[in-house]
Design a protein around this ligand. Sequence first.
Ligand SMILES: [Zn+2]
Length: 577
Amino acid sequence: MTTQTFLKPGLAYSEDAVLYTGNFVTVNETQPVASAVVVKDGKITFVGTVEQAETFLANESISYTLNEEFKGKTIVPGFIEAHMHPLGAALFTARFGYGGQIERTAGGGQILPASVTKEELVATLTKFVTAHDEAGKQGEWLNLWGLDPLLMTDGTIVDRDFLDTICPDSPILFMHASCHVSVVNTLAIEKAGYSTDDNPAFVFQKEGRLTGEVAEMPDILRSIQAGAFDLGTPEDAVAAMIAYADSTSRLGVTTMSDCGMGVPQNPYPLYQALSQMPIFKSRLSAYPLVPNFKAEELAEFKAASNDRLFANKVKYLNTDGSIQGFTAALKEGEKYFNGKESGHFQYSDEKMLEDVFYAHKLGYSISFHCNGEGCTDKLLDLIEKMQTECPQPHARHCLEHNQMVTPEQMDRMNKLGVVHNLFGTHIPFWGDVHATQTVGPDRVKTLNPFQTSVKKGVPFSIHCDDVVTQVNPLFMMWGAMNRQCVFSGNVYGEEECLTAEQALHAVTMGAAYLMEQEHMIGSIEVGKLADMAILDQNPLEVDKQDVKNIAVHATMLGGDVTVHAVEKNKEAELETA
Ligand SMILES: [Zn+2]
């Protein structure tokens, strides 16, 4: 592997040794459980029983504090989300109107309601229009996010005409949950300059008229360049990120990723500032986009890494689209279950190779966006070509999503040393849609083939892709263990369910391995950073339907403990009483 260095501390850690007791589930197969852990200087210095820990501390002449506040709790490694877009999620939540079909929680616990019928969506969007106009912003961009038309239970079509009826006098950009497609109204079409001369594969038309749907970043960016999705000042971004990390910390997450850093602006300076702030409750693994960043810039990011912010691998986005947007590239000659044509690749094979080869030659592992089965083939061809011309035996090139991967393709991945990050929340949210519209009732059972990945020995994690779906590792574990759609209750592909142990591994060590930081995070093991999620119940012991309901009592980040929920408030009341 390319980066095994233990990164320098991003923040000063407490030098006091603390002996914690509790039910530790370590995700370290040589020592799977423990009843005591010693934490010092932000790291784990001992794992074992209380007696063993006391002997260790005495032998080493280390003075310590005994902390039994987690007695009776289950303590697992801090959760790691290896594919998400935290800045987008933070800013969208803080600044734009949520018009999605899945309920979300914002900072401070505020609920953003789901709108699944025309009536509900019109009511939700009308509120945003009214607020927009009352703020005197008529004529300025109205920014909305979270739309998934396939989850509209009455089949409402959200196009330019729909948006025009809600608001004809301000330009609207309504981003899909997938972020691969957006919808704009007529005024926005004029402002951004979309026309019927554009490529209809990306700027959709029907009978010679634009529908308002725009697919993929190069064309969506034209709206953004015309003023949509104003992300505010750097101070707005700092505040949004701190609030967002607070919400993910409450869900037990200790390391987030930015799986595609650099669009539309480079947030690395922002991330560097956040990594120096104790109030920012997370580590962050940033994957700079290629070819957007040059070799020297990638080297600068890497050199500036510390254990709260690291940038040691890169991301390539310009491949295919999304399955639920019908823009994922299927196998040649295949169509979607409802008859829609396969999606297209954004660029030629030559252009894709040119875009990523420099990063491969420099020894970076590349995460490739990849949804359709045809895209998996295409990218394995590309990786094979790179590895033949310039062997990089330690590279862990990763196919992100890789939802339609087949057992045969996994054999090929193993030969090429390719890993993947499967979509942990797709079956729970889009299972019904996949069964009835995108891939059909049989193929849905093998979408995101978790268990086959275990059997084939392909290293993997599972991810939420926030902003696509909200980061919530215990919910994602439930999804991978049950493969049940929350809308119908239908189960799709029982054979591909993970056990609780496998699901826990996927959201801890599995994700650390994909980030190439498995020597530093991912398990409760001597020498690693003291990152842990303290749970009210043991996910390996509760009924598998209940895993998503387990409360996160506290989160430890480098030995720094944040207690969540009710108990903390009670203590605060007692202190002030
Ligand atoms: Zn993503």
